[in-house]
Design a protein around this ligand. Structure first.
Ligand SMILES: [Zn+2]
Length: 290
């Protein structure tokens, strides 16, 4: 009798759930994913508004915004090369205003050159900063303060002008300061910047233009290790890929605008679990032209 007494309410609850579950599913096909045990981030990159290499940049970005709104991520990150000039930035911002979730901007080497970081700051405020999404802390780094990317064809890394070198020192002190604070914390920390620190094997080609070079490379890697960063979200290569190097997984988002190295136009979707594991999928823009 005792068994029956325990079994009956349990069975009733189970049957009720079975009956209600399909109704809930039908009523909420587009409900936001409110799971507390994972974070869903969409990363768009290299949108290149106003660049003659990317005549369809604006329409592609509009398509991406629609697709992203249908996915209901927790946040969106734009990892640089937003547009060629302040007018192009305005156009990008007016398209991106339609996103229904928070958007975080990161400067690329088409946005910030070796001497004009103030121009970016006047429009976008900070070029390096932190933000929090649920249990994940994101650290945004301005990779253009870690090298001079003004000349594509340079065969060896060009120096930064002295005033930008000072900016570089300030950013690295800030980054090291975050590491000191975090040494004991178990929080998941993920880094974001435009330019990857390392090549992926020989990709895209041996030019220093594609990566962070010394002395900045060692300084940055030391700071990233101190922060406990195991994953970096980057762009710049216009080619979606994920690779490991020096204890960090580098998640390179594709471009929405321009394909100098083949591949597909699209964006990256990162799902981050409570233990800090980052799973990346690439979503193509169907029918989009570069
Ligand atoms: Zn780019």
């Amino acid at each position: 009798m005792k068994t029956k007494f325990l079994f009956t309410p349990t069975l009733c609850v189970a049957l009720c759930l079975l009956a209600v579950a399909p109704v809930l599913a039908q009523n909420a096909p587009h409900a936001k994913d409110d799971r507390d045990d994972q974070v869903s981030i969409v990363q768009i990159s290299d949108t290149h508004l106003g660049d003659h290499h990317a005549p369809h940049a604006a329409e592609n970005l509009k398509q991406a915004v629609k697709m992203i709104n249908d996915r209901h991520p927790d946040a969106v990150i734009l990892s640089g090369d937003i547009g060629e000039n302040p007018q192009a930035w305005d156009e990008a911002r007016s398209i991106l205003k339609k996103l229904k979730v928070p958007l975080y901007y990161v400067p690329g080497n088409h946005d910030v050159h070796s001497k004009d970081v103030e121009r970016y700051r006047r429009v976008f405020d900070k070029d390096y900063y932190e933000f929090q999404v649920k249990f994940v802390r994101f650290v945004v780094i301005d990779s253009q303060l870690l090298g001079n990317y003004d000349v594509y064809s340079d065969k060896s890394p060009a120096p930064l002008p002295p005033e930008t070198e000072d900016e570089s020192d300030r950013m690295l002190s800030w980054l090291n300061g975050l590491g000191e604070e975090r040494r004991t914390s178990k929080q998941v920390v993920i880094g974001v910047q435009h330019i990857p620190v390392f090549h992926d094997g020989k990709f895209p080609d041996p030019k220093p233009y594609w990566v962070i070079s010394e002395p900045y490379r060692s300084k940055e890697m030391k700071a990233l290790r101190q922060l406990g960063i195991k994953d970096m979200l980057v762009g710049h290569w216009h080619n979606g890929r994920v690779f490991e190097r020096e204890g960090i997984t580098w998640h390179v988002a594709p471009s929405t605008a321009w394909l100098p190295w083949g591949g597909e136009l699209g964006f990256a979707v990162h799902t981050i679990s409570a233990d800090g594991n980052v799973r990346t999928q690439f979503e193509d823009l169907p029918g989009a032209n570069p």
